[in-house]
Design a protein around this ligand. Structure first.
Ligand code: GLC
Length: 463
């Protein structure tokens, strides 16, 4: 008789094999998983090279000017909100001017709200009158936006809210302004809302040419995945826009774990909001996955007249460099006012970021993580055999590219191509693996940091 019960020894050997010597489970990705992963990586290639985009939150909430959540925060009924909707008649909607600002800032793509949670459509949807063409006849703002941004050579994305505080068949759940308000209890036909939502996405996917990114927002509790009929929705989207990149908000945000994500859902990239993850984001097999930090310039996405807590250009440059050093993107927000103007402080910040990008963009586009520990004087980014040292936190003395000296061929200052003097020891510090960029020798006595926010050194690595 064949003994089919494995011996104790066999079990131990098998376990050792599975667990490996690190003590962690070492599963291998299935063929199907790898195919899916590769498809996501291929689709997002241009996106991962672009690294920097503009987020635009624009809609009737710009009239009360207290951010895009005003209807929910102040628990308004649809009637309360209506006065703002009616007053939303922008006299200066000029997306070509926005596109020029984005381009000048060094951005490569944009994502604009086609519909935010308030349900108001910035496009000429056939399915509702709650739309821009009711207020400004003949002008489909989404159409004008995609045309203007494409004309500047920028890729175009659309934000579409899964949540809808206006639709009669969207329930009073989650952040709905009337959620928990018994006086306004209602029965909804969920399928009617779903049909509306799917058909609107279909309009966006078919009426505006090639759309590069669809940014769906957002899932919560059991309002996720199949509740949105996500697989049907995604196949329809991909049928019309086979190369479109989808964010991951058809599912609930998987949190900030460093252990890695399943990354087997509908999205092609993750969307940390107002945050930069500790390390980059990886899947459970330790492979990098695409991600994009979305960030406001003050503390609001939609126009907020009294929010003057603007981030400095330096903070933004540092955020951009940090995300790139971790294989991520930055989607930086502007909230135009009710007339269509990007607020002056935003323009000023973007102009300064643009000046830095103008000189230093090659340390951002096409770059990603370098296989080096983060130094305390700044960050590294890398593009094949070119390594960039971002001197964001200049201190006295020198920059030490520790552990890499033998691999570096030449060092230049990125802003003017000047060769930078280097040294392998400094003031008695002669560890084998030190490599100093000598920024304080007499040559540099008259030297002013070309950029106080981030002076970049470009290093050509030996092959
Ligand atoms: C959130 C907010 C929303 C904003 C978005 C940007 O989900 O609800 O107002 O548009 O994040 O990431």
């Amino acid at each position: 008789m064949i003994n089919i019960i494995p011996s104790k020894l066999t079990i131990v050997v098998l376990l050792l094999f599975v667990i490996g010597f690190t003590g962690e489970t070492q599963e291998l990705p299935s063929k199907k998983y790898l195919e899916q992963y590769n498809a996501k990586m291929n689709r997002t290639q241009w996106f991962r090279e672009a690294r920097f985009g503009m987020f635009i939150h624009y809609g009737p909430y710009a009239v009360p000017a207290r951010g895009e959540w005003v209807k929910s925060n102040e628990k308004m009924t649809t009637e309360d909100y209506q006065k703002y909707v009616e007053a939303f008649v922008p006299s200066n909607y000029d997306p070509a001017a926005w596109a020029a600002i984005a381009k000048q800032a060094g951005m490569k793509y944009a994502v604009m709200t086609a519909k935010h949670h308030d349900g108001f459509c910035m496009f000429d949807s056939k399915l509702t009158d709650y739309k821009i063409t009711t207020n400004v006849p003949g002008r489909d703002f989404v159409k004008e936006y995609v045309e203007a941004f494409r004309a500047e050579g920028l890729k175009v994305g659309l934000y579409y809210s899964l949540i809808d505080w206006h639709h009669k068949d969207y329930p009073h759940v989650g952040n709905h302004p009337l959620s928990g308000n018994d006086a306004h209890k209602k029965k909804v036909q969920w399928d009617t809302y779903l049909k509306y939502m799917h058909q609107q996405v279909e309009e966006l996917m078919t009426q505006y040419g090639k759309i590069d990114i669809l940014w769906l927002d957002y899932s919560f509790d059991d309002y996720q995945g199949q509740k949105w009929k996500a697989s049907e929705l995604v196949s329809m989207i991909r049928k019309y826009q086979p190369n479109i990149i989808l964010n991951s908000r058809l599912e609930v945000n998987p949190g900030n774990s460093e252990k890695g994500r399943a990354f087997d859902g509908y999205g092609d990239f993750e969307t940390p909001e107002q945050a930069i993850p500790e390390k980059g984001i990886i899947n459970i097999y330790n492979q990098p996955i695409p991600w994009e930090t979305c960030l406001t310039l003050n503390n609001n996405w939609g126009y907020a007249a009294n929010d003057n807590e603007w981030k400095s250009p330096e903070t933004i440059i540092h955020a951009l460099v940090e995300v790139v050093s971790k294989n991520g993107n930055l989607l930086l927000n502007v909230g135009p006012d009710s007339q269509g103007n990007i607020p002056l402080p935003s323009k000023k910040i973007l102009a300064e970021v643009g000046q830095w990008m103008n000189v230093n963009h090659e340390s951002i586009y096409g770059c990603g993580r370098a296989d080096l520990q983060k130094p305390d004087w700044g960050y590294f980014t890398q593009n094949s055999n070119t390594l960039y040292a971002h001197w964001t936190h200049p201190k006295i003395g020198y920059i030490n590219i520790k552990g890499f000296g033998n691999n570096i061929d030449k060092v230049f200052m990125l802003h003017n191509g000047q060769e930078a003097p280097t040294a392998t020891s400094w003031w008695g510090n002669e560890d084998q693996d030190n490599f100093f960029i000598n920024v304080k020798t007499p040559v540099y006595h008259t030297f002013q940091l070309p950029d106080r926010s981030d002076t970049v050194f470009k290093m050509i690595l030996k092959k």
